[in-house]
Design a protein around this ligand. Structure first.
Ligand SMILES: [Zn+2]
Length: 307
C-alpha cells in the first residue's frame, strides 16, 4: 500500500488512515466540513443554518424544518455502504498507482463485487468532474494511440479490439511532463478529433506532434484551425510515449475486459492520479472535495447508458 502523509508531513499508510476514519462519526464529521466548505444549505429554501439530528445522518433546516442529509444530491446519494467504506475506497483508489480493480476493493472492504464496482465508478466520476474543470493550454505534445481491449476467454467482437485514445501533455519549466489529458474517441476522423480536443485543449494552444505528416497536415488545415500544429519536441515525445506505455500496462494488468462504455472513466482515473502525482498528502481531501457537486448516478445508468 502506498504511503501518504499526515498534517505534520510524516508518512502514514492505509492502516493509519483507516484508524483516523474508523467510525461513522469521524467520517460524518469530515464530510460535514467538506459540505460546509462548499456551501451546505437547505435544498428547499437555501437557508444555511441546519441542525444535526439522528447522529448527524439527517440535518434539519432552521427556517423551514425541511430535513436533508450530507449525501443527498451527490454521487453518494442512496448508498447502502457505511461512510467509512467510501472513505477507505477513495483513499485506495486515489493513492494506488497501479489502479484499483473492483475485485481488489471487494476483498479489502468485504463487500459484494457489484457494490465495489459501483463504488469505484462513482469515485471515478468524482475524479472526472475535477479533471473536467481543467484544460491544457500553451505548448501541448499531442499524439493518438490505441489501447487493446483485452477480454481473456471471450471471442473478440468486431470494433471492440481497440480503443482510440488521444493524449496531450504539457511540460514543466525544466522540460519534464506536467499535465496530461487522455481522451477516448470513437474514431480518428478530423471532426471527431476536433470535437474531443475542444473539450480539453484551449483554443490558441500549439499542438506539437510526431504524427505522420500527411495525416497531420490534413488535420491541421481542415480541422485544427483553432490550434497551431508544429513538429514535436523529441524529448517530450519520448515522455509522452513513456506515459502512454505505463498506462497501457496498467490497463492490461488491472482492467481486464474493458467495457467500451467505461474506458473514459478508467482513463480519467489514470489521468487524475498522474496530474496529482506530487500531491499524495492531499489527494484524499481533493477527491472528497469534489463530492458535494458530483451528480447522483445510478447503477442502472452506469450499466445501461452509453457511459
Ligand atoms: Zn429550509
Amino acid at each position: 500500500m502506498p504511503l501518504t502523509h499526515n498534517q505534520e508531513g510524516e508518512p502514514i499508510g492505509f492502516t493509519a488512515f483507516a484508524a483516523r476514519y474508523a467510525t461513522e462519526e469521524a467520517c460524518y464529521k469530515k464530510l460535514y466540513e467538506v459540505r460546509k466548505a462548499a456551501g451546505f444549505c437547505c435544498p428547499r429554501c437555501g437557508c444555511t443554518e441546519l441542525y444535526p439530528i439522528k447522529k448527524r445522518k439527517v440535518y434539519q433546516c432552521k427556517e423551514c424544518r425541511h430535513q436533508t442529509s450530507l449525501i443527498v444530491g451527490t454521487a453518494m446519494e442512496g448508498t447502502h455502504l457505511p461512510l467509512r467504506k467510501w472513505f477507505w475506497a477513495i483513499y485506495i483508489a486515489a493513492t494506488d498507482k497501479r489502479g484499483v480493480s473492483a475485485l481488489y476493493l471487494q476483498k479489502h472492504l468485504h463487500t459484494a463485487y457489484n457494490s465495489a464496482w459501483f463504488l469505484l465508478q462513482r469515485i471515478r466520476q468524482m475524479m472526472g468532474m475535477r479533471e473536467g474543470k481543467y484544460m491544457l493550454a500553451g505548448i501541448i505534445s499531442f499524439e493518438d494511440t490505441n489501447f487493446k481491449n483485452k477480454q481473456p476467454g471471450l471471442p473478440q467482437r468486431r470494433g471492440q479490439q481497440r480503443a482510440n485514445v488521444l493524449i496531450g501533455m504539457t511540460k514543466t519549466e525544466k522540460g519534464g511532463p506536467r499535465y496530461v489529458k487522455l481522451l477516448h474517441v470513437k474514431d480518428l476522423k478530423g471532426e471527431t478529433v476536433r470535437a474531443a480536443l475542444g473539450t480539453a485543449f484551449e483554443a490558441g494552444a500549439e499542438l506539437q506532434t510526431g504524427a505522420f505528416p500527411n495525416y497531420r497536415k490534413a488535420m491541421a488545415e481542415k480541422y485544427l484551425t483553432a490550434y497551431t500544429v508544429a513538429d514535436a519536441d523529441k524529448d517530450m515525445l519520448l515522455w509522452l510515449r513513456t506515459v502512454v506505455s505505463n498506462i497501457k500496462l496498467l490497463f492490461n494488468g488491472t482492467y481486464h475486459g474493458l467495457d467500451a462504455r467505461h474506458i473514459q472513466r478508467y482513463l480519467t482515473e489514470a489521468e487524475y492520479r498522474f496530474n496529482r502525482r506530487r500531491m499524495e498528502d492531499s489527494i484524499f481531501d481533493r477527491v472528497l472535495a469534489a463530492m458535494p457537486e458530483s451528480a447522483h448516478i445510478t447503477y442502472r445508468q452506469l450499466t445501461r447508458g452509453a457511459g
